[in-house]
Design a protein. Structure first.
Length: 394
């Protein structure tokens, strides 16, 4: 399950029990930070939390501060700043060199359910979109935590109905710009005595992967993909190995013929397919079916020459050489030196993730650009808003 869905479930559970939860959202970052804009956690009344906004150095403090937010009913903006080498966090310096600004919102049951429903919609969406969250506002009928959604590039902004029409037009235009750029950012919009600081969070659909072949080595691959919050489907011709007990929360499809396979592939909306039947004819049929689909990533287990032979067999049918070279990853996986089924699964998952993100998958130390190069930084607007705390942290 994705982190966003876990956050939504935590909000829903708290609402069902009549509790006030506190939602902490990263609304701006500068410099080097572990989590970026849009990271969230839910602080619950019992002192527990769901989700994360850092590598663990902020969570305990946020949970403590959430108790005060819950008691007061007043949302707060918190800033954790580690850009000075002299900054300490509870006596030990981390030296991360970044700033994280968070919005802490106390949510009674009704608004918590509304947020949870919006998060579920985002998590299940199959199109990229933008979530616009108000950080602070002055002189406009908006308040911190208000949200609007641009569901996809061709859609109109949904939300901020009480805002002036020119402001909604500005937000819609900026959201479309960020969607085209593929980057999240926080932007202060200021005109005259009016100001609204908005976090534009670009979200991408959950990665959906289909595994063809339910053998023993599929188990760690499926488990790892599920652990990452991906949506997993499984195709096999053997009823005995597709039992729900063996594959919980996995969509299993039994294929008894080539026609069944083609129908199954057409019904699945996937970002990646991994073919690992370990049977030449079945792998050949799977490769042909996926090549006839729009899936951008097709991973083949086994030696390169085996896959090359299959592609030669399929040449002149559905396979276009140019598209094949771009889509077929054979053998699948990054070169991690893996030997065990678990290590091989790690290399496959890593290659899928890198490909979806448009990355090469090499060492981070070889990167000349920042790790989070897609996120832009905008200067903070110091517009008045209730209480604002600044924490020098490490």
């Amino acid at each position: 399950m994705s982190e966003l869905l876990r956050v939504a479930e935590a909000l829903t559970r708290a609402a069902a029990e009549g509790q006030v939860s506190v939602l902490a959202t990263v609304v701006r970052t500068e410099g080097s930070t572990y989590r970026r804009l849009g990271a969230r956690l839910v602080a619950l009344p019992d002192g527990s939390h769901v989700g994360s906004v850092s590598a663990g150095c902020m969570e305990a403090d946020i949970v403590l501060r959430a108790a005060g937010v819950r008691a007061s009913g007043i949302m707060e903006l918190m800033t954790y700043d580690t850009r000075s080498p002299e900054d300490l966090i509870w006596g030990s310096g981390s030296g991360c060199g970044g700033m994280t600004e968070l919005l802490l919102e106390p949510l009674a049951p009704e608004p918590a359910l509304a947020k949870a429903e919006r998060f579920r919609m985002l998590a299940e969406s199959r199109r990229r979109g933008v979530l616009a969250t108000v950080i602070r506002a002055a002189g406009v009928p908006l308040r911190s935590g208000d949200q609007a959604v641009l569901p996809h590039a061709a859609a109109r902004l949904v939300g901020f109905e009480d805002a002036p029409a020119p402001l909604r037009a500005i937000v819609q235009s900026k959201a479309r710009h960020q969607l085209r750029a593929g980057s999240s950012t926080a932007v202060p919009h200021v005109w005259g005595e009016h100001a609204v600081d908005i976090a534009y969070e670009v979200w991408s659909p959950r990665i959906r992967v289909c595994v063809c072949g339910a053998g023993p080595d599929a188990a760690p691959l499926v488990a790892m993909a599920k652990w990452l919050g991906w949506e997993v489907s499984l195709i096999d011709h053997r009823p005995a190995v597709l039992s729900p007990e063996r594959w919980p929360e996995v969509k299993c499809t039994l294929v008894r013929s080539t026609e069944d396979l083609i129908a199954a592939v057409r019904s699945l909306d996937c970002d990646a397919a991994v073919i690992m039947n370990h049977h030449y004819e079945r792998d050949l049929h799977c490769l042909g079916a996926w090549l006839a689909s729009d899936v951008p990533f097709i991973g083949m287990m086994g030696p390169r020459r085996r896959s090359a032979q299959m592609l030669a067999t399929l040449a002149g049918s559905e396979a276009s050489l140019e598209r094949v070279e771009r889509r077929v990853h054979a053998p699948v996986g990054l070169d991690l030196g893996g030997e065990t089924a678990e290590e091989i699964a790690l290399s496959i998952v890593a290659e899928i993730r890198a490909t979806v993100a448009g990355r090469a998958g090499g060492p981070l130390r070889s990167q000349n650009a920042p790790i989070h190069w897609r996120e832009q930084v905008a200067e903070v607007v110091r517009a008045p808003l209730g209480r604002k705390n600044r924490v020098r942290a490490g």
